[in-house]
Ligand binder design. Structure first.
Ligand SMILES: Cc1cc2nc3c(=O)[nH]c(=O)nc-3n(C[C@H](O)[C@H](O)[C@H](O)COP(=O)(O)OP(=O)(O)OC[C@H]3O[C@@H](n4cnc5c(N)ncnc54)[C@H](O)[C@@H]3O)c2cc1C
Length: 386
């Protein structure tokens, strides 16, 4: 399990032990690289353990569809190899008018082009998939049975364990405080528990990424801001009641599904920020109850057990910043996942490991170019739920 010992030196140091930092470490260690993760609290304690579990390939641009197709392949591969549940129970987007249907037809065409088998289905077909749905206002649905969900706790822990087996060091309760830089080269990091000598650093702190960029003296404009998003879990109900992730943009940008324990988990678009505050609010509780019961009226009977909050680390186009920052050798960033970083992590890990070990990658990393903000080349807004 993660150690508290800070090594004296490490070739590569990843700041942040969320799913992104851990999967990058796993991929690098698997390739034989010497890698250390430094995490200020415990592994998964940032947004990762607060997320909604969803993993989808239904995006609205070619890059994200390709990356998520690869990510789902990796989720499948590692869940089988490492024995954590990844259930391909699908994503069901409920559509309520012609405009929504037209938009989703365009998205489906992009997804089909890369072999993601999404199709438009009728309200009756949607009700066969989730019998509890109220389809009285639904005109169609976008359905991809190969999307899915995974437990953030279970999967992050397994990736961490196997990263360690490949030789990665995961150091918890250690906060990076400063960079040691000489002539534009990283020499080490100062932490709350001493100094580590290192040449290559990856900023995988998502909601805290701008603070690490500032520590490194990065002048390139990489706008990533923390927004508070909340989630809810209900008492458990009969297993298999809500198999896929159900999405309704019409009703509050709601997303909901059932966990393996049987509770209904999900959230709505309700957002506050930029802020580092994480207190759940009454307003969220009211909104989530209203919208969820519009989508599945039977949820009225259920007790809400708990609400909590986490960060969406948002960029102006809802796409992360992934790549090398040339101002400093060798500094990489993989942050700003705008509410869909859990699902992306395995493919992002491959991308970042490729960039570090080979200087290039077959995945469309250019889409996430950290310099695009400064160049004024924002991407089409990635389909963001919530
Ligand atoms: C309510 C909610 C629902 C969501 N639902 C989904 C979903 O269904 N599907 C999906 O894909 N995504 C979802 N997300 C988004 C997802 O949680 C994030 O995109 C993902 O967890 C980001 O992982 P990460 O490793 O980049 O960041 P984090 O998990 O936040 O990890 C960053 C780590 O960096 C550490 N750190 C920060 N500063 C320092 C420092 N100075 N020194 C050392 N360590 C430091 C932090 O402690 C933290 O552990 C959701 C988010 C929320 C809040």
């Amino acid at each position: 399990m993660p150690t508290r010992e800070l090594p004296e030196k490490s070739e590569i140091t990843i700041i942040g032990g969320g799913i992104v930092g851990v999967t990058i470490a796993h991929e690098l260690a698997k390739r034989g690289e010497e890698v250390t993760v430094i995490e200020k609290r415990f592994i998964g304690s940032g947004s990762t353990f607060r997320c909604g579990t969803g993993i989808r390939q239904q995006f609205n641009d070619e890059a994200n569809v390709q990356v998520m197709k690869r990510s789902v392949e990796l989720w499948k591969k590692y869940s089988e190899e490492y024995g954590f549940p990844f259930q391909q129970t699908g994503y069901l987007f409920l559509l309520y008018d012609d405009e929504e249907v037209e938009t989703f037809k365009r998205n489906i065409a992009i997804q089909n082009k890369f072999g993601v088998p999404t199709r438009l289905i009728t309200p009756e077909e949607a009700k066969e998939i989730v019998p509890l749905l109220d389809i009285s206002e639904v005109v169609a649905a976008s359905w991809n049975p190969t999307d899915g969900k995974a437990s953030p706790f279970h999967s992050t822990a397994k990736f961490a364990l196997h990263a360690e087996e490949f030789g990665a060091k995961l150091v918890e309760y250690t906060e990076v405080k400063d960079f040691i830089i000489e002539n534009g080269e990283i020499k080490g990091l100062k932490t709350s528990r001493g100094t580590i000598k290192t040449g290559i650093v990856v900023n995988a702190t998502n909601a805290w990424a701008k603070l690490i960029n500032a520590m490194a003296g990065i002048r390139t404009k990489i706008p990533i801001e923390p927004y508070k998003h909340q989630a809810v879990i209900t008492q458990p109900i009969k297993k298999g009641s809500v198999k896929p992730m159900v999405i309704s943009f019409r009703y509050g940008h709601a997303y909901l599904t059932q966990t393996s324990h049987g509770g209904i988990i999900g959230g709505v678009g309700y957002e506050e920020g930029p802020t580092y505050d994480l207190n759940p609010t009454y307003e969220f509780l009211r909104e989530v109850s209203y919208y969820f019961t519009k989508i599945i009226p039977a949820l009225r009977e259920l007790l809400i057990l708990r609400t909590w909050a986490g960060y969406y680390a948002k960029t102006p186009d809802s796409n992360p910043a992934i790549g090398k920052i040339e101002e400093l050798s060798d500094y990489y960033i993989a942050a700003g996942f705008s509410g869909h970083g859990f699902m992306m992590a395995p493919a992002v890990a491959e991308m970042v490991a490729d960039l570090i070990t080979k200087g290039k990658t077959d995945l469309p990393a250019w889409w996430y170019d950290p310099y695009r903000f400064e160049r004024g080349e924002l991407r089409g807004k990635a389909l963001q739920m919530g």
